[in-house]
Design a protein around this ligand. Sequence first.
Ligand code: AMP
Length: 170
Amino acid sequence: MDLKQWIRDVPNFPMEGIIFKDITPLLAHPPAFRYALGELEKYCRDKRADTLVAIEARGYILAAPLADRLGIGFVPARKPGKLPWEKIREEYQLEYGTAALEVHADAITQGQRVVIVDDVIATGGTLSATRRLVERLGGQVMGIACLVELSFLNGRRNLDGYDFFSLVRY
Ligand code: AMP
């Protein structure tokens, strides 16, 4: 299935010069959403994931139904100040300034097999920070999966040595 027909380009959002990949048409079209979930599910199954770690907020839309299909756990990586319990934080570079993500300190156990899920990889900074969070808690990053890869930004170079899967490439 050609998923690109369900992914909308929105120029200059959220700022001048960015072409935002809007996946809401795909989410609204059941055959496309189901197909995308099915492909990501196969990848996670192949990696024998014990748990999925997903990134706020669009990563959750994909990872929550995937975790349910796979019968495994779901761990949210959140923006600072949202998680209520003891947590750890990783900061990373954005084009302008820095950002940070947090996970609960007890969210992952030593040796757990983790697949990280997000909607879009651009520079790879977000996924790389999430990867560091997982490893600080003793998790093994078995794979990293995205719906959309902006391959011209070469975000994969930030994930060198890790297994990476994307469903739609630009
Ligand atoms: P990066 O850290 O540069 O790989 O950025 C990835 C994060 O920013 C993901 O959580 C995406 O949801 C979001 N993102 C970055 N660029 C885009 C884009 N062009 N369209 C949609 N989402 C984007």
